[in-house]
Design a protein around this ligand. Structure first.
Ligand code: 6XA
Ligand code: ZN
Length: 347
């Protein structure tokens, strides 16, 4: 399996995020990708390739132009406010909650930052735009490779993407890499695309992007939003709307879920994808379901990830894996590569 990797991901290196009422060092760090890369090389699991550059219009298939404009210029605006800001990440602190307007684009930078985000856990840094675009390039190139006939490809994208919506960032995500991959498959002529999101957290951005569409089916296994981030989406009764009704499937699971229960949900998810008649699959490959993950609550073990890959291969679909969360830095490489190796063994 070819891995698409772009070293520019490392330009996104947040200092602090807001977590349980205080600023703490970021969990989402460049070392996560370095660890996966090292493990891929150690096990010689296929070629590494730097993706070609996709231009900004390739991103407007999913993202609103005014949001992309904001991201592209945000760092310069932040530093223009105060030269001392060059040493500080930008974090939002005000949002348009219920009854406030979202139809006007404020001139004020802090206001625009709030308009285009939903949490204070996702610092925007000097290299965020460059890194996010590099990650999106990985996802688009992986989708292109699969559209051209490859059985699979891995986009080692960073920062992650599945919380990012058409016009907002949050949950460490700025551009929705999995959504871009799915749309790219559609644009290359794949009629029905399924997204399987196995990150610990519900992919609220991906769900929202495809919620009214029948051509892209979204399924997610995740921590119950009643207690787990992102809290405000991801319940089982969210089944899609309009033409998309029946094409969204949420399988929330309680904190503490082990592999026996989780893999039963995965089986159900794969049955639904089979029933949909998908012609290609995009996997949002989060590894924060691991028992040692510092911010999550499932108990999967390293060896379980081989079986996850085998089960996904059983769908028999051309598959694009897109890297998402996973913060146990010492094990994220072993676990992610176990999924890929399990997949390859079963193909
Ligand atoms: C709140 C937790 C963000 C979760 C990010 C993640 N700061 N999403 O792993 O999949
Ligand atoms: Zn996650």
């Amino acid at each position: 399996m070819i891995t698409f990797h772009n070293p520019h991901h490392a330009q996104h290196q947040g200092q602090f995020e807001m977590f349980r009422g205080q600023l703490v060092p970021c969990f989402e760090v460049p070392a996560r990708v370095d660890d996966v890369l090292a493990e891929l090389q150690r096990r010689k699991l296929g070629e590494l390739r730097t993706p070609e550059r996709f231009d900004v219009p390739a991103l407007t298939t999913i993202h609103a132009p005014r949001y992309l404009d904001f991201l592209a210029g945000a760092w310069a605006e932040w530093v223009a406010l105060d030269p001392a800001n060059a040493a500080r990440d930008a974090l939002p602190s005000v949002w348009p909650g219920r009854t406030l307007r979202t139809d006007v684009l404020p001139a004020n930078f802090a206001a625009r930052m709030g308009l285009f985000s939903f949490d204070a856990g996702s610092p925007l840094t000097s290299g965020t735009w460059v890194a996010a675009r590099a990650g999106a390039d990985c996802a688009l190139a992986a989708a292109q490779h699969v559209a051209q006939g490859a059985r699979s490809a891995f986009a080692l994208s960073r920062p992650p993407g599945h919380h990012a919506g058409a016009d907002f960032f949050g949950g460490y995500c700025f551009l929705n890499n999995a959504a871009l991959a799915a749309q790219h498959l559609r644009d290359q002529g794949v009629a029905r695309v399924a997204i399987l999101d196995i990150d610990y957290h519900h992919g609220n951005g991906t769900q929202a992007i495809f919620y009214d569409r029948a051509d892209v089916h979204y399924t997610s296994l995740h921590g119950d939003p009643d207690t787990e981030y992102p809290f405000f989406l991801g319940y089982a009764d969210e089944r899609g709307t309009g033409a998309g009704l029946g094409f969204n499937c949420n399988l929330p699971l309680p904190r503490g879920t082990d592999f026996a229960l989780w893999s039963t949900a995965l089986k159900n998810a794969l049955q639904g994808i089979d029933h949909f008649g998908a012609q290609a699959l995009v996997v949002s490959l989060g590894i924060d379901t691991y028992e040692g993950d510092p911010i999550s609550g499932f108990t999967l073990k390293s060896e379980d990830y081989l079986r996850v890959g085998q089960a996904i291969a059983g769908a028999g679909l051309p598959t694009v894996f897109v890297f998402e969360g996973g913060y146990a830095v010492a094990e994220v490489g072993i676990n992610a590569v176990n999924v890929l190796e399990g997949f390859e063994q079963a193909c």
